[in-house]
Ligand binder design. Sequence first.
Ligand SMILES: [Zn+2]
Length: 449
Amino acid sequence: MNAERRIVRDGAVLIEDKKIVAVEKTDKVRGHKADTVLNAKNMLVMPGLVDTHVHLAQALLRGCADDVALVDWLKNRVWVLQGNFTREDGEISAKLCMAEMIRTGTTSFIECMIHTRYGFDGIAKAVQEAGMRAALSKIIMDSTGYADNPDIMHPGMVEESSACLKETEAMLSKWHNKGEERIHVWYGLRSLGAVSTELFREVVQRARSHRTRMTMHLGEVIDDVRYVKEKNYPNLTSFARDMGLLGPDMVFAHGVHFNEADLKALAETKSNVSHCPASNMKLASGFARVPDMLRVGVPVSLGCDGGPSNNTYDMIREMRLAALIHKPVANDPTVVSAENVLEMATIGGATALGLQDRIGSLESGKIADLILIDMKDVGLTPICNPVSNLVYAASGKCVDTVIVDGRLLMKRKRLMTLNDAEIMKRANERLDALLVRAGVTIEPKWPVS
Ligand SMILES: [Zn+2]
Protein backbone atom coordinates (compact mmCIF):
# COMPACT_ATOMS: atom_id res chain seq x y z
CA MET A 1 0.00 0.00 0.00
CA ASN A 2 1.85 3.01 -1.34
CA ALA A 3 1.01 5.60 -4.01
CA GLU A 4 1.66 3.05 -6.78
CA ARG A 5 0.04 0.19 -4.83
CA ARG A 6 3.31 -1.76 -5.34
CA ILE A 7 3.46 -5.37 -4.10
CA VAL A 8 7.05 -6.17 -3.07
CA ARG A 9 7.95 -9.87 -3.07
CA ASP A 10 10.74 -10.86 -0.66
CA GLY A 11 10.44 -7.41 0.86
CA ALA A 12 11.62 -5.86 4.10
CA VAL A 13 10.50 -2.87 6.13
CA LEU A 14 13.05 -0.88 8.07
CA ILE A 15 11.83 1.06 11.12
CA GLU A 16 13.79 3.67 13.06
CA ASP A 17 12.19 4.93 16.26
CA LYS A 18 8.57 5.42 15.25
CA LYS A 19 9.04 5.90 11.53
CA ILE A 20 9.30 3.68 8.49
CA VAL A 21 12.60 4.52 6.78
CA ALA A 22 12.63 1.95 3.97
CA VAL A 23 10.32 -0.49 2.19
CA GLU A 24 12.53 -2.46 -0.16
CA LYS A 25 13.65 -5.88 -1.38
CA THR A 26 15.28 -7.65 1.58
CA ASP A 27 18.69 -7.62 -0.14
CA LYS A 28 18.70 -3.84 -0.21
CA VAL A 29 18.30 -3.45 3.56
CA ARG A 30 20.27 -6.51 4.64
CA GLY A 31 23.40 -4.42 5.37
CA HIS A 32 21.56 -2.34 7.95
CA LYS A 33 22.30 -3.38 11.50
CA ALA A 34 18.98 -3.56 13.33
CA ASP A 35 18.45 -3.92 17.09
CA THR A 36 15.40 -6.10 16.52
CA VAL A 37 14.75 -8.31 13.52
CA LEU A 38 11.33 -9.89 12.97
CA ASN A 39 11.36 -12.76 10.53
CA ALA A 40 8.39 -12.22 8.22
CA LYS A 41 8.90 -15.26 6.01
CA ASN A 42 5.54 -16.35 4.52
CA MET A 43 3.97 -13.22 5.97
CA LEU A 44 2.13 -10.36 4.36
CA VAL A 45 3.44 -7.07 5.81
CA MET A 46 0.77 -4.40 5.57
CA PRO A 47 -0.27 -1.07 7.02
CA GLY A 48 -2.39 -1.57 10.16
CA LEU A 49 -6.14 -1.62 9.59
CA VAL A 50 -8.26 1.40 10.57
CA ASP A 51 -11.77 0.81 11.93
CA THR A 52 -13.69 4.07 11.48
CA HIS A 53 -16.87 3.16 13.38
CA VAL A 54 -16.46 1.46 16.75
CA HIS A 55 -18.65 1.35 19.86
CA LEU A 56 -16.15 0.31 22.55
CA ALA A 57 -18.94 -0.06 25.11
CA GLN A 58 -20.71 -2.65 22.99
CA ALA A 59 -18.00 -5.31 23.15
CA LEU A 60 -19.51 -6.30 26.49
CA LEU A 61 -22.90 -6.71 24.76
CA ARG A 62 -21.73 -9.21 22.14
CA GLY A 63 -24.59 -11.55 21.31
CA CYS A 64 -27.05 -9.67 23.54
CA ALA A 65 -29.41 -8.55 20.76
CA ASP A 66 -29.46 -11.00 17.86
CA ASP A 67 -32.13 -11.34 15.20
CA VAL A 68 -34.41 -8.57 16.45
CA ALA A 69 -35.71 -5.40 14.73
CA LEU A 70 -33.84 -2.14 15.30
CA VAL A 71 -36.24 -0.34 17.63
CA ASP A 72 -36.62 -3.50 19.76
CA TRP A 73 -32.81 -3.91 19.51
CA LEU A 74 -32.27 -0.38 20.86
CA LYS A 75 -35.17 0.06 23.29
CA ASN A 76 -35.28 -3.36 24.96
CA ARG A 77 -31.67 -4.52 24.78
CA VAL A 78 -28.81 -2.18 23.83
CA TRP A 79 -29.98 1.05 25.49
CA VAL A 80 -31.23 -0.74 28.61
CA LEU A 81 -27.86 -2.43 29.09
CA GLN A 82 -25.73 0.58 28.15
CA GLY A 83 -28.01 2.79 30.26
CA ASN A 84 -26.99 0.68 33.26
CA PHE A 85 -23.25 0.81 32.57
CA THR A 86 -20.80 1.84 35.26
CA ARG A 87 -17.35 3.28 34.59
CA GLU A 88 -15.83 -0.11 35.34
CA ASP A 89 -18.05 -1.68 32.65
CA GLY A 90 -16.90 1.07 30.25
CA GLU A 91 -13.24 0.38 30.94
CA ILE A 92 -13.43 -3.41 30.72
CA SER A 93 -15.54 -3.29 27.56
CA ALA A 94 -12.98 -0.94 25.95
CA LYS A 95 -10.16 -3.31 26.90
CA LEU A 96 -12.07 -6.34 25.57
CA CYS A 97 -12.74 -4.49 22.33
CA MET A 98 -9.11 -3.37 21.94
CA ALA A 99 -7.75 -6.85 22.68
CA GLU A 100 -9.91 -8.16 19.84
CA MET A 101 -8.98 -5.30 17.53
CA ILE A 102 -5.25 -5.78 18.10
CA ARG A 103 -5.55 -9.55 17.67
CA THR A 104 -7.31 -9.03 14.32
CA GLY A 105 -4.93 -6.40 12.93
CA THR A 106 -6.60 -3.07 13.72
CA THR A 107 -4.11 -0.42 14.80
CA SER A 108 -6.32 2.71 14.74
CA PHE A 109 -10.00 3.33 15.34
CA ILE A 110 -12.72 5.94 15.74
CA GLU A 111 -14.90 5.44 18.83
CA CYS A 112 -18.11 7.25 17.94
CA MET A 113 -19.97 7.96 21.19
CA ILE A 114 -18.66 7.84 24.74
CA HIS A 115 -21.38 8.49 27.30
CA THR A 116 -20.34 10.09 30.59
CA ARG A 117 -21.45 6.94 32.45
CA TYR A 118 -18.85 4.85 30.54
CA GLY A 119 -16.07 7.05 31.96
CA PHE A 120 -14.19 8.91 29.22
CA ASP A 121 -11.08 9.31 31.34
CA GLY A 122 -10.83 5.59 32.18
CA ILE A 123 -11.29 4.68 28.51
CA ALA A 124 -8.61 7.16 27.40
CA LYS A 125 -6.22 5.67 29.98
CA ALA A 126 -7.00 2.18 28.69
CA VAL A 127 -6.24 3.31 25.11
CA GLN A 128 -2.97 4.82 26.25
CA GLU A 129 -2.05 1.60 28.05
CA ALA A 130 -3.04 -0.58 25.08
CA GLY A 131 -0.90 1.57 22.76
CA MET A 132 -3.50 1.87 20.00
CA ARG A 133 -4.16 5.01 17.96
CA ALA A 134 -7.69 6.35 18.47
CA ALA A 135 -10.16 9.15 18.03
CA LEU A 136 -12.39 9.14 21.12
CA SER A 137 -15.65 11.02 20.62
CA LYS A 138 -17.60 12.39 23.56
CA ILE A 139 -21.32 11.99 22.96
CA ILE A 140 -23.18 15.22 22.27
CA MET A 141 -26.97 15.38 22.60
CA ASP A 142 -29.81 17.53 23.93
CA SER A 143 -32.98 15.58 23.08
CA THR A 144 -34.30 12.09 23.76
CA GLY A 145 -35.46 11.09 20.27
CA TYR A 146 -34.04 8.89 17.57
CA ALA A 147 -34.59 10.06 13.98
CA ASP A 148 -38.34 10.80 13.65
CA ASN A 149 -39.25 8.81 16.80
CA PRO A 150 -39.59 11.36 19.61
CA ASP A 151 -38.68 10.63 23.21
CA ILE A 152 -37.68 6.97 23.02
CA MET A 153 -34.23 7.04 24.63
CA HIS A 154 -33.58 5.02 27.80
CA PRO A 155 -33.23 7.44 30.77
CA GLY A 156 -29.76 6.05 31.51
CA MET A 157 -28.58 7.27 28.09
CA VAL A 158 -29.87 10.83 28.37
CA GLU A 159 -27.35 13.64 28.81
CA GLU A 160 -27.77 17.37 28.95
CA SER A 161 -26.11 19.53 26.28
CA SER A 162 -24.16 21.92 28.53
CA ALA A 163 -22.72 18.96 30.49
CA CYS A 164 -21.76 17.21 27.22
CA LEU A 165 -19.98 20.32 25.93
CA LYS A 166 -18.25 20.97 29.26
CA GLU A 167 -16.94 17.41 29.49
CA THR A 168 -15.72 17.52 25.89
CA GLU A 169 -13.79 20.71 26.64
CA ALA A 170 -12.22 19.09 29.72
CA MET A 171 -11.28 15.93 27.82
CA LEU A 172 -9.91 18.01 24.91
CA SER A 173 -7.50 19.78 27.23
CA LYS A 174 -6.58 16.57 29.06
CA TRP A 175 -6.32 14.08 26.19
CA HIS A 176 -6.32 15.71 22.72
CA ASN A 177 -3.09 14.84 20.88
CA LYS A 178 -1.81 13.17 24.07
CA GLY A 179 -0.43 9.65 24.60
CA GLU A 180 2.47 10.48 22.24
CA GLU A 181 -0.13 11.99 19.86
CA ARG A 182 -1.98 8.70 19.46
CA ILE A 183 -5.14 9.90 21.25
CA HIS A 184 -7.50 12.43 19.69
CA VAL A 185 -10.66 13.83 21.23
CA TRP A 186 -13.59 14.38 18.84
CA TYR A 187 -17.20 15.50 19.06
CA GLY A 188 -19.57 12.50 18.74
CA LEU A 189 -22.92 13.90 17.66
CA ARG A 190 -25.52 11.35 18.72
CA SER A 191 -27.87 11.15 15.71
CA LEU A 192 -30.79 12.98 14.13
CA GLY A 193 -33.59 13.39 16.66
CA ALA A 194 -31.17 13.61 19.60
CA VAL A 195 -29.40 16.85 18.64
CA SER A 196 -31.17 20.18 18.05
CA THR A 197 -30.23 22.48 15.15
CA GLU A 198 -28.76 24.98 17.64
CA LEU A 199 -26.56 22.30 19.17
CA PHE A 200 -25.38 21.03 15.75
CA ARG A 201 -24.28 24.57 14.85
CA GLU A 202 -22.62 25.13 18.23
CA VAL A 203 -20.62 21.88 17.95
CA VAL A 204 -19.46 22.61 14.39
CA GLN A 205 -18.15 25.97 15.52
CA ARG A 206 -16.42 24.49 18.59
CA ALA A 207 -14.89 21.53 16.74
CA ARG A 208 -13.39 23.81 14.10
CA SER A 209 -12.05 26.31 16.63
CA HIS A 210 -10.38 23.44 18.54
CA ARG A 211 -9.06 22.01 15.22
CA THR A 212 -10.61 18.66 16.00
CA ARG A 213 -13.12 16.50 14.13
CA MET A 214 -16.67 15.13 14.34
CA THR A 215 -18.53 11.89 13.73
CA MET A 216 -22.20 10.93 13.72
CA HIS A 217 -24.60 8.22 12.55
CA LEU A 218 -26.41 9.47 9.44
CA GLY A 219 -28.77 7.67 7.11
CA GLU A 220 -28.52 4.33 8.91
CA VAL A 221 -32.32 4.21 9.00
CA ILE A 222 -34.92 5.54 6.55
CA ASP A 223 -36.45 7.42 9.52
CA ASP A 224 -33.48 9.84 9.22
CA VAL A 225 -34.70 10.80 5.73
CA ARG A 226 -38.25 11.29 7.05
CA TYR A 227 -36.85 13.47 9.84
CA VAL A 228 -35.11 15.92 7.46
CA LYS A 229 -38.09 15.96 5.06
CA GLU A 230 -40.39 16.94 7.93
CA LYS A 231 -38.02 19.88 8.43
CA ASN A 232 -38.34 20.76 4.71
CA TYR A 233 -34.92 19.59 3.58
CA PRO A 234 -35.00 17.50 0.36
CA ASN A 235 -32.30 15.07 1.51
CA LEU A 236 -29.82 14.23 4.27
CA THR A 237 -26.89 16.29 3.01
CA SER A 238 -28.97 19.45 2.44
CA PHE A 239 -29.79 19.30 6.17
CA ALA A 240 -26.15 18.49 7.03
CA ARG A 241 -24.90 21.35 4.83
CA ASP A 242 -27.24 23.82 6.53
CA MET A 243 -25.92 22.72 9.93
CA GLY A 244 -22.32 23.17 8.68
CA LEU A 245 -21.61 19.45 9.08
CA LEU A 246 -20.16 18.73 5.62
CA GLY A 247 -16.38 18.70 5.20
CA PRO A 248 -13.27 16.53 5.38
CA ASP A 249 -13.39 16.78 9.20
CA MET A 250 -16.67 14.81 9.37
CA VAL A 251 -17.14 11.02 9.42
CA PHE A 252 -20.71 9.88 8.76
CA ALA A 253 -21.35 6.31 9.87
CA HIS A 254 -23.48 3.99 7.72
CA GLY A 255 -24.92 6.36 5.06
CA VAL A 256 -27.26 3.64 3.79
CA HIS A 257 -29.96 6.10 2.70
CA PHE A 258 -27.91 8.69 0.82
CA ASN A 259 -29.33 9.51 -2.62
CA GLU A 260 -27.46 10.59 -5.76
CA ALA A 261 -27.54 14.31 -4.78
CA ASP A 262 -26.17 13.35 -1.33
CA LEU A 263 -23.28 11.44 -2.89
CA LYS A 264 -22.35 14.46 -5.04
CA ALA A 265 -22.43 16.74 -1.97
CA LEU A 266 -20.27 14.30 0.03
CA ALA A 267 -17.75 14.00 -2.81
CA GLU A 268 -17.57 17.77 -3.36
CA THR A 269 -17.01 18.48 0.33
CA LYS A 270 -14.78 15.40 0.89
CA SER A 271 -17.01 14.33 3.80
CA ASN A 272 -16.10 10.80 4.92
CA VAL A 273 -18.45 7.82 5.01
CA SER A 274 -17.77 4.83 7.27
CA HIS A 275 -19.32 1.82 5.55
CA CYS A 276 -20.50 -0.86 8.01
CA PRO A 277 -21.62 -3.86 5.91
CA ALA A 278 -22.09 -6.46 8.69
CA SER A 279 -24.17 -4.12 10.85
CA ASN A 280 -26.25 -2.98 7.87
CA MET A 281 -27.10 -6.58 7.05
CA LYS A 282 -27.66 -7.80 10.62
CA LEU A 283 -30.09 -4.95 11.34
CA ALA A 284 -31.53 -5.08 7.81
CA SER A 285 -30.70 -1.39 7.37
CA GLY A 286 -30.09 -1.86 3.65
CA PHE A 287 -27.14 -1.63 1.26
CA ALA A 288 -25.10 1.58 1.24
CA ARG A 289 -24.45 2.75 -2.33
CA VAL A 290 -20.73 2.05 -2.10
CA PRO A 291 -20.16 1.43 -5.85
CA ASP A 292 -21.72 4.86 -6.56
CA MET A 293 -19.72 6.44 -3.72
CA LEU A 294 -16.51 5.16 -5.29
CA ARG A 295 -17.63 6.29 -8.77
CA VAL A 296 -18.27 9.89 -7.72
CA GLY A 297 -15.29 10.11 -5.34
CA VAL A 298 -16.78 10.00 -1.83
CA PRO A 299 -14.03 9.12 0.70
CA VAL A 300 -15.12 5.69 1.99
CA SER A 301 -13.67 3.75 4.92
CA LEU A 302 -14.84 0.67 6.84
CA GLY A 303 -16.35 0.16 10.28
CA CYS A 304 -17.26 -2.90 12.36
CA ASP A 305 -19.78 -0.97 14.51
CA GLY A 306 -20.50 -3.00 17.66
CA GLY A 307 -20.85 -6.25 19.56
CA PRO A 308 -24.64 -6.53 19.19
CA SER A 309 -24.71 -5.41 15.52
CA ASN A 310 -21.79 -7.30 13.96
CA ASN A 311 -20.84 -9.23 16.37
CA THR A 312 -17.07 -8.99 15.86
CA TYR A 313 -14.48 -6.25 15.58
CA ASP A 314 -12.55 -8.17 12.91
CA MET A 315 -11.74 -5.82 10.02
CA ILE A 316 -10.51 -8.63 7.77
CA ARG A 317 -13.91 -10.31 7.90
CA GLU A 318 -15.48 -6.87 7.37
CA MET A 319 -13.37 -6.42 4.22
CA ARG A 320 -14.66 -9.74 2.87
CA LEU A 321 -18.28 -8.62 3.40
CA ALA A 322 -17.64 -5.20 1.84
CA ALA A 323 -16.18 -6.89 -1.23
CA LEU A 324 -19.06 -9.39 -1.53
CA ILE A 325 -22.35 -7.69 -0.69
CA HIS A 326 -22.47 -5.05 -3.42
CA LYS A 327 -22.02 -7.48 -6.30
CA PRO A 328 -25.51 -9.11 -6.21
CA VAL A 329 -27.16 -5.72 -5.54
CA ALA A 330 -25.54 -4.27 -8.69
CA ASN A 331 -25.85 -7.60 -10.50
CA ASP A 332 -22.21 -6.97 -11.41
CA PRO A 333 -19.21 -8.81 -9.90
CA THR A 334 -16.80 -6.04 -10.99
CA VAL A 335 -18.13 -3.47 -8.50
CA VAL A 336 -16.13 -3.03 -5.25
CA SER A 337 -12.99 -5.12 -5.80
CA ALA A 338 -10.70 -6.67 -3.18
CA GLU A 339 -8.26 -3.84 -3.92
CA ASN A 340 -10.99 -1.21 -3.35
CA VAL A 341 -11.82 -2.57 0.12
CA LEU A 342 -8.18 -2.90 1.14
CA GLU A 343 -7.84 0.81 0.32
CA MET A 344 -10.96 1.58 2.42
CA ALA A 345 -9.55 -0.37 5.39
CA THR A 346 -6.14 1.34 5.31
CA ILE A 347 -5.57 4.67 3.54
CA GLY A 348 -9.35 5.35 3.50
CA GLY A 349 -9.49 4.95 7.28
CA ALA A 350 -6.39 7.13 7.68
CA THR A 351 -8.16 9.84 5.65
CA ALA A 352 -11.24 9.61 7.89
CA LEU A 353 -8.93 10.17 10.87
CA GLY A 354 -7.29 13.11 9.07
CA LEU A 355 -3.98 11.24 9.32
CA GLN A 356 -3.52 10.22 5.67
CA ASP A 357 -0.10 11.89 5.54
CA ARG A 358 1.10 9.97 8.59
CA ILE A 359 -0.47 6.49 8.54
CA GLY A 360 -2.45 4.19 6.21
CA SER A 361 0.35 3.04 3.92
CA LEU A 362 3.83 1.54 4.05
CA GLU A 363 6.09 4.32 2.82
CA SER A 364 9.31 5.86 3.94
CA GLY A 365 8.56 8.76 6.32
CA LYS A 366 5.25 7.40 7.55
CA ILE A 367 4.63 6.28 11.14
CA ALA A 368 5.33 2.57 11.72
CA ASP A 369 1.78 1.27 12.22
CA LEU A 370 1.93 -2.12 10.56
CA ILE A 371 0.79 -5.71 10.80
CA LEU A 372 2.18 -9.10 9.80
CA ILE A 373 -0.28 -11.68 8.50
CA ASP A 374 0.70 -15.33 8.43
CA MET A 375 -0.12 -16.62 4.94
CA LYS A 376 1.24 -20.12 5.54
CA ASP A 377 -2.12 -21.78 5.95
CA VAL A 378 -4.01 -24.39 3.93
CA GLY A 379 -6.89 -21.95 3.58
CA LEU A 380 -4.60 -19.31 2.08
CA THR A 381 -2.79 -21.58 -0.40
CA PRO A 382 -1.92 -21.04 -3.23
CA ILE A 383 -1.27 -17.32 -3.46
CA CYS A 384 -1.98 -15.96 -6.96
CA ASN A 385 -2.78 -12.48 -5.67
CA PRO A 386 -2.08 -11.70 -1.99
CA VAL A 387 -4.77 -8.98 -1.93
CA SER A 388 -7.35 -11.57 -3.01
CA ASN A 389 -6.24 -14.09 -0.36
CA LEU A 390 -6.31 -11.43 2.33
CA VAL A 391 -9.77 -10.04 1.50
CA TYR A 392 -11.62 -13.15 0.33
CA ALA A 393 -9.93 -16.02 2.21
CA ALA A 394 -8.30 -14.73 5.41
CA SER A 395 -9.73 -13.69 8.79
CA GLY A 396 -8.41 -11.77 11.76
CA LYS A 397 -7.15 -15.07 13.19
CA CYS A 398 -4.33 -14.98 10.59
CA VAL A 399 -2.76 -11.84 12.11
CA ASP A 400 0.60 -12.72 13.68
CA THR A 401 2.21 -9.45 14.78
CA VAL A 402 1.01 -5.87 15.30
CA ILE A 403 3.14 -2.72 15.55
CA VAL A 404 1.88 0.78 16.41
CA ASP A 405 4.20 3.79 16.60
CA GLY A 406 7.12 1.39 16.11
CA ARG A 407 6.10 -0.53 19.26
CA LEU A 408 5.03 -4.17 19.36
CA LEU A 409 1.42 -4.55 20.59
CA MET A 410 1.27 -8.21 19.57
CA LYS A 411 4.25 -10.43 18.85
CA ARG A 412 3.74 -13.89 17.35
CA LYS A 413 0.08 -13.89 18.49
CA ARG A 414 0.95 -12.82 22.05
CA LEU A 415 -0.51 -9.52 23.25
CA MET A 416 2.22 -7.32 24.72
CA THR A 417 0.19 -4.51 26.34
CA LEU A 418 -3.09 -6.16 27.39
CA ASN A 419 -3.73 -9.30 29.43
CA ASP A 420 -6.47 -11.07 27.51
CA ALA A 421 -7.04 -13.89 30.03
CA GLU A 422 -7.71 -11.34 32.77
CA ILE A 423 -9.86 -9.20 30.44
CA MET A 424 -12.04 -12.18 29.46
CA LYS A 425 -12.55 -13.17 33.10
CA ARG A 426 -13.53 -9.63 34.14
CA ALA A 427 -15.78 -9.15 31.08
CA ASN A 428 -17.80 -12.27 31.94
CA GLU A 429 -18.20 -11.08 35.53
CA ARG A 430 -19.17 -7.55 34.49
CA LEU A 431 -21.81 -8.78 32.02
CA ASP A 432 -23.41 -11.08 34.61
CA ALA A 433 -23.68 -8.17 37.06
CA LEU A 434 -24.93 -5.81 34.32
CA LEU A 435 -27.76 -8.15 33.28
CA VAL A 436 -28.95 -8.39 36.89
CA ARG A 437 -28.77 -4.59 37.35
CA ALA A 438 -30.64 -3.95 34.09
CA GLY A 439 -33.21 -6.68 34.75
CA VAL A 440 -32.53 -8.23 31.35
CA THR A 441 -32.43 -11.97 30.72
CA ILE A 442 -30.72 -13.30 27.63
CA GLU A 443 -30.76 -17.02 27.05
CA PRO A 444 -30.20 -19.33 24.10
CA LYS A 445 -33.38 -19.85 22.05
CA TRP A 446 -32.86 -23.61 22.20
CA PRO A 447 -33.33 -25.61 25.41
CA VAL A 448 -30.24 -25.91 27.58
CA SER A 449 -29.70 -29.07 29.60
ZN1 LIG B 1 -22.94 2.71 15.38
